[in-house]
Design a protein around this ligand. Structure first.
Ligand code: SF4
Ligand code: MG
Length: 323
């Protein structure tokens, strides 16, 4: 499959300001040099503990947040450049579904207003009748009923509210959607329903997803390939099958060791995580994982391992894989 989206050396630093003059004293290095690509029609899952920079990666790659450094190419074109030339084109093609279906929906607007806002703005449906028909179509696609368009967000359950968020994202006929923990706030019983709907929509509409989650069972359900993030960097990226059957980075193994393995024939070296995740303000020198890694050597605290292809379609950033 053709390369659809490519991220190169993406960084997002947030300044920390102090004192009456709000002088910048340091930075939170939320995303610190991330590169990967996504193929058309696939779901790339991005997994990591909270604070590892996965949400910031999603927001920065679509320029909801201005990148500190790096480039993102959408179908071969740099997004920052596209935004200068034709901002509407970027917003139509690239959408986001947020984690919190409560906070991200304006409580004073009806579903029709929420979903129709951008449709009107970009002149996709003209006139009241056409807009009404258009919005009705979109919300039905997202799993709601036509009469739901006259209601307000608080009249819905969590799962249905997230369907409003999905409808809003679908309204402009995007090609690519950043799904930022879209089921994390939902009851477990609803989660797989919404995941299945997202998957069906992907197939029906030819969508490509970046799917952010801290939950390995969710990522196992939805992803084609998986990237593991730790402290602002990707430490491992490969297909779902090889991530679960042959995880190579010690951090990935630690994450896998923390879940009960559904398949007892799959053997993962158990790695226990020591201590807490360090601060992204002054991340450890060398390998960022060395303060918690049971295999760390002297080299790991001074030299940074780069993400390298260790087998076909499997990249890992760890010195253990060097030989
Ligand atoms: Fe552990 Fe060193 Fe590998 Fe980092 S490079 S994961 S510290 S062994
Ligand atoms: Mg997040």
């Amino acid at each position: 499959r053709e390369e659809f989206l490519r991220v190169e050396g993406l960084k997002k630093y947030f300044p920390i300001r102090k004192g009456i003059f709000k002088k910048v004293v340091n930075h939170v290095k939320a995303v610190d040099g991330v590169s990967f690509s996504i193929r058309e029609g696939e779901t790339l899952g991005v997994v990591g503990e909270s604070g590892c920079g996965k949400s910031t990666t999603g927001r920065t790659l679509m320029h909801l947040l201005e990148p500190t450094a790096g480039s993102v190419y959408f179908q071969g074109k740099e997004i920052g450049q596209m935004l200068k030339e034709d901002p509407g084109k970027v917003r139509q093609n690239i959408q986001i579904i947020f984690q919190d279906p409560y906070g991200s929906l304006n409580p004073r607007m009806t579903v029709k207003e929420i979903v129709g806002e951008a449709v009107k703005l970009y002149g996709i449906a003209k006139g009241a009748k056409e807009l009404d028909r258009y919005v009705t179509d979109v919300i039905v696609k997202a799993g709601l009923r036509p009469e739901h368009r006259f209601r307000h967000p608080h009249e819905f359950s969590g799962g249905q509210r997230q369907r409003i968020g999905i409808a809003r994202a679908l309204a402009l006929n995007p090609k690519f959607i950043v799904c930022d923990e879209p089921v994390s706030a939902l009851d477990v019983s609803i989660q797989s329903q919404v995941l299945n709907e997202l998957r069906d929509l992907q197939q029906d509409l030819g969508l490509t997803y970046l799917f952010i989650t801290h939950d390995l069972s969710v990522v196992k359900h939805i992803s084609d390939r998986i990237a593991i993030m730790y402290l602002g960097k990707i430490v491992e990226i490969t297909s779902k099958a090889s991530m679960f059957s042959n995880p190579l980075h010690p951090y990935t193994k630690a994450l896998m060791s923390a879940i009960p393995l559904p398949d007892p024939t799959i053997k993962v070296d158990r790695v226990e995580l020591k201590g807490d995740i360090p601060s992204p303000i002054d991340p450890p020198e060398g390998c960022r994982f060395h303060t918690r890694c049971p295999y760390a050597t002297d080299r790991c605290s001074v030299e940074e391992p780069l993400l390298k292809e260790v087998e076909s379609d499997h990249q890992v950033a760890c010195f253990l894989l060097d030989d």
